[in-house]
Design a protein around this ligand. Structure first.
Ligand code: EPZ
Length: 417
């Protein structure tokens, strides 16, 4: 397993370009199942999760090809309706084929994702919504087996906003008979990007980005020719990298509006951020001031930035309360940061972070995608050498993060095992 080695203490400086959003590219790739023909998707990040999803779509009978950020998906024929456990266990977003397969082929057999490091992550809300639309769903031997001659439009109320749940139902509804109403829907920019992609295919969708989305089913959809939005979490991660090292960085090809909550919170810590078009200019403070965060569904502070923000708070002036409201086990980075000298106490869903003078480099272990990113930014600021093990986690969501950081002056390298 590869490791990443960082010699900390150097301020980041220079310019970095943000890649396309992983969590927009995955549902948009799934949407290609709804068409029949050659789908072109641009600005797709070169990530492990993307290639895993492409292999799953190929397993379903589609043609998949990715080069230089462009994905080509040939969806003329679907020869299988099954997403096997081997795919789903490595990437739970595979569940995104459920809705489109049901809409396109009238049947889908998808392995239950099982939990992951950050929580149980059930998909009951996906299933309830599809049953409301007339799908007959049985759970046998760890697989969801769904059937529907033709899905019918329905009113679906989500007990809590679910990003992939909203996306699965939106795709299923795009070809259903009649109008579907999604209430308490997720408002994330990635949901809006999927809605825009489906609309470009000929779907009839209104209200994406609000809690109420109306979809009027159509009889067929044309293939995609679509460009993915920039990744707001990668943007936030580089903002924190500049903030924690007292750096001066220009972040290009991003969408500042999608990172509003992150930018506002970082400004409160004394980080200077200005935006111009699709560029953010960030200057880190000598010492950040402690600020509290509570993770919330969009447009609140994103759970996918909680670990990275905590890394910054370990070196802040004062004490910060970090409340994780979305997932039940998303503090696994705390034990690793403690090894670097951080002063953090966890009580239930709240982490109390007391700023310390300095962090000391140490061997640490990545446990999930965003936790590994938090260890990278902590390592950038720590005194001495940090070695991060199990970096395959980070490769799932960041396109060669060490190369982008090296361009910004970081002393970082990948150590091949
Ligand atoms: C998406 O996961 C993202 N993944 C996650 O990013 C992100 O952390 C999460 O949304 C929250 O923003 C993708 O988009 C591929 P949810 P998702 O359904 O859709 C509960 C990353 O780092 N819930 O919005 O799986 C659930 O347990 C990943 O890129 C149910 O109870 O998240 C959680 O507590 C990590 N039943 C809450 O809702 C359901 O049927 C929000 O989960 C569905 C969800």
């Amino acid at each position: 397993m590869d490791k990443i080695e960082i010699e900390g203490g150097k301020s980041l400086a220079g310019e970095v370009s943000i890649s396309g959003a992983k969590n927009a590219a995955l549902p948009v790739m799934a949407a290609s199942i709804l068409s029949s023909g050659e789908n072109l998707i641009y600005n797709v990040p070169r990530l492990r999760d993307i290639s895993t999803f492409g292999k799953l779509l190929a397993y379903l009978g589609m043609g998949y090809h990715q080069e230089n950020g462009e994905v080509i998906l040939q969806s003329a024929n679907i020869s299988s309706i099954e997403a096997p456990y081997d795919f789903v266990k490595t990437m739970r977003a595979s569940v995104l084929v459920l809705g489109p397969l049901l809409a396109r082929a009238g049947e889908a057999k998808v392995s239950l994702p099982g939990g992951c490091a950050i929580g149980a992550r059930p998909i009951n809300l996906h299933i309830i919504g599809l049953e409301k639309m007339g799908a007959k769903i049985t759970l046998t031997e760890g697989y969801i087996h769904a059937k529907a001659k033709r899905l019918k439009g329905a009113a679906v109320y989500f007990d809590m906003p679910t990003v992939t749940g909203t996306e699965n139902l939106m795709m299923a509804a795009a070809l259903a008979d009649g109008e579907t109403l999604l209430e308490n829907a997720a408002c994330e920019p990635e949901v809006v990007d999927l809605a825009d992609a489906l609309t470009s295919m000929g779907a009839n969708i209104r209200g994406a980005g609000t809690n109420i989305i109306r979809i009027n089913g159509v009889s067929n959809l044309r293939p995609l020719n679509y460009r993915i939005i920039p990744d707001r979490i990668e943007t936030g991660t580089f903002l924190v990298g500049a903030a924690i090292t007292g750096g001066d960085v220009k972040i290009n090809n991003c969408n500042p509006e999608h990172a509003e909550a992150i930018i506002n919170k970082l400004k409160e810590t004394g980080t200077n951020i200005t935006s111009e078009g699709d560029t953010l200019h960030v200057k880190g403070p000598d010492k950040p001031t402690a600020e509290d965060i509570k993770t919330m569904p969009y447009p609140g502070f994103p759970t996918d930035m909680q670990a990275q923000f905590m890394a910054l708070m370990t070196l802040a002036q004062g004490t910060s309360l970090i409340t994780e409201n979305i997932f039940e086990n998303r503090f696994m980075h705390v034990a690793e940061m403690r090894r670097m000298g951080a002063d953090i106490k966890v009580e239930g869903s709240i982490a109390k972070v007391k700023g310390v003078e300095l962090l000391k480099g140490a061997p640490v272990m990545a446990t999930d995608l965003r936790a590994s990113a938090s260890l990278v930014v902590a390592g950038l600021a720590a005194q001495g050498t940090t070695i991060i093990d199990r970096v395959y986690h980070i490769d799932r969501g960041y396109q060669r993060i060490e190369e982008k950081l090296k361009v910004l002056g970081a002393r970082i390298r990948r150590v091949k095992e």
